[in-house]
Design a protein around this ligand. Structure first.
Ligand code: KIV
Length: 289
């Protein structure tokens, strides 16, 4: 099967089919997301907090996103892979943006890139799409501007902010974006934007009227042990399952119940006990013999 395309995503909006999207940052997670049949994977700069232990997305580098993207591409076959453009990899100039998008697509193997912001990045989006890149926009709470915004708060509550966001969304669409993430936006505003655009809106903390939903994998699987944002629903407590499994492993190592018979290689009948493991025995172990 070929990968989902930006045209497929747009067709989902036209058909009224809700679009599920989730983040992934490595090969194993991509395999699992793919198994669930999710059509778009975002290699988000939320990798900063979820995987790299940064306080926010600001320190994330193009190298980090690019190598994570390559791993996600290796772990998936059908999903459209969108790679986030990290903070200060596109804001200073269109040339920077071109170089970053080029690396994420050529080295990382992404099919699309995502960048944050409205009016200030519209020209960049126009130039990127003109150069042949598929671009996803991101409005509302834009975490790379957390210091400018003064924290992670709902955006677009005031009337002028709401009308500004509608205008930004329309400009991004006109510049060639194929979809727009709306993060932490009142649901009425998200609905107004969704109704005005031909391209899909993908909400996160923006209500059910968006054309699709995106969530951070760690939030919905319960992988982050300390914090889950209010807009996320935990569909599983995978973090606790992992801790419980590891505690059991430690107990069994300490009690010498692990390794058991099944995990212990046997010597060949004619091999003298205590003889060094031969290449043949090593191969037998690898074969499960
Ligand atoms: O980096 C990320 O995970 C994101 C989503 C919150 C949309 O940008």
């Amino acid at each position: 099967m070929a990968r989902t395309t930006t045209r497929d995503i747009r067709a989902m909006k036209t058909a009224g089919t809700p679009i599920p999207m989730v983040t992934a940052y490595d090969y194993t997670a991509a395999r699992l997301v793919e198994e669930a049949g999710i059509p778009i994977i975002l290699v988000g700069d939320s990798i900063g907090q979820t995987t790299l232990g940064y306080e926010n997305t600001i320190p994330v580098t193009v190298d980090e996103i690019s190598s994570a993207t390559a791993a996600v591409v290796r772990g998936s076959r059908n999903a459209l892979i969108v790679a986030d453009m990290p903070f200060m990899s596109y804001q200073a100039s269109v040339e920077d943006a071109m170089r970053t998008a080029g690396r994420l697509v050529k080295e990382g193997g992404a099919q699309a890139v995502k960048l944050e912001g409205g009016a200030p990045v519209v020209e960049t989006v126009r130039r990127l799409t003109g150069a042949g890149f598929a671009v996803m926009g991101h409005l509302g709470l834009t975490p790379q501007s957390v210091h400018h915004m003064g924290g992670y708060r709902v955006q677009g509550r005031a009337e002028d902010a709401a009308s500004g966001m509608i205008a930004d969304a329309q400009s991004l669409e006109e510049a060639g974006a194929f979809a727009i993430v709306l993060e932490l936006v009142p649901s009425t505003l998200a609905q107004a934007i969704t109704e005005r655009l031909e391209i899909p809106t993908i909400g996160i903390g923006a209500g059910v009227e968006c054309d699709g939903q995106v969530q951070v994998l760690h939030d919905i699987l319960g992988l982050s042990l300390d914090f889950t944002p209010r807009h996320a629903k935990k569909y599983a407590e995978v973090g606790q399952v992992i801790v419980d499994a590891l505690c059991q492993y430690v107990d069994e190592v300490e009690s010498r119940d692990f390794p058991g018979e099944a995990q212990t290689p046997r010597e060949r009948a004619n091999s003298p006990a205590g003889a060094p493991v031969s290449k043949v025995t090593e191969m037998n172990i690898a074969d499960g013999a």
